[in-house]
Design a protein around this ligand. Structure first.
Ligand code: SF4
Length: 279
């Protein structure tokens, strides 16, 4: 696997998923075609030239050395670290990526820094070893469909939906916190599907985040886009309330909602009121 070296690793993010964030890989072999926002940004900045290049991930070879240097510097400010925002930490078919991700989680947890993780890959079972990995980490998968044909078109090289769910459920069954990122949720002209069926598949999780699809030409051509997302969000809210699941509807998904984003994974402390049910 190709390698790169970076000067810094930990950074503070304004994205609502994150407090501090780590992207220890450049590129992503999952190759989503929504399109992938991270790939668009890297192209715009001239860091990568093509989709083909994006598909060939390069690992940050000095990631652990950087962490050793940066953790003492930022530790007092960090509330949690998100892996990852502009790549996938458990790239399906790249065990080197999972190895480094596990080492990073271990290193952060050693300093009592909790992690939130989001993937379209498969969770390694070793994460249930809470003597090594912290029990306060939150493990999520992106799940926006159960339709294999849709996955082939839009998320061609990611892990199969059923395998993603199975690996997440394994962590849940062992007592770990799990969540679903149900975004970018596709419009019916991309795939005809039953949202409730998808929700039922993941009713075991602690938290669901739902959001619409942006930057997609086909989706924006769907005539009643606004009504569609408004109704989907209502369905998610009702489902979560009925099943005692925390939820967050990304701002702008429902009609007349132009609020700015807010932090989703902040802990429930006096300083950080956090999320119970959120709209
Ligand atoms: S998994 Fe995430 S980072 Fe990777 S291509 Fe898909 S959207 Fe982009």
């Amino acid at each position: 696997m190709k390698m790169i070296f970076r000067k810094t690793l930990l950074y503070q993010s304004s994205v609502e998923y994150a407090d501090y964030c780590i992207n220890h890989v450049e590129g992503c072999a999952h190759g989503c075609k929504f399109p992938c926002y991270a790939m668009m940004m890297k192209k715009r900045c001239g860091i990568i030239k093509s989709y083909k290049e994006w598909l060939q991930p390069k690992i940050v070879a000095n990631a652990l050395e950087l962490l050793d240097r940066e953790i003492p510097r930022y530790k007092h400010k960090i509330r949690f670290v998100h892996l990852c925002f502009s790549t996938d930490p458990l790239m399906y078919k790249y065990p080197e990526v999972a190895d480094l991700t596990l080492k990073i989680i271990d290193r952060l947890n050693m300093d009592n820094i909790r992690c939130t993780v989001l993937t379209k890959g498969i969770y390694p079972k070793v994460l249930v070893n809470t003597k090594k990995y912290g029990e306060n980490n939150e493990y999520g998968i992106t799940l926006i469909s159960l339709d294999k044909e849709f996955k082939k078109r839009l998320e061609p090289y990611s892990a199969p939906y059923k395998d993603r769910i199975k690996s997440l459920k394994y962590l849940h069954n062992k007592g770990l916190k799990t969540w679903i990122s149900m975004e970018p949720y596709p419009t019916p002209n991309l795939v005809e599907q039953d949202l409730e069926k998808i929700l039922k598949e993941v009713s075991f999780v602690d938290k669901i985040i739902f959001g619409k699809l942006n930057y997609n030409v086909t989706s924006s051509q769907f005539g009643v886009n606004g009504d569609f997302y408004h109704n989907c969000a209502d369905m998610v809210i009702e489902f979560c309330k009925d099943n005692g699941i925390e939820y967050h509807i990304k701002y702008g998904t429902q009609k007349k909602d132009n609020r700015k984003t807010k932090k989703i994974f902040i802990k429930n402390t006096a300083q950080d009121p956090g999320l119970k049910y959120s709209k």
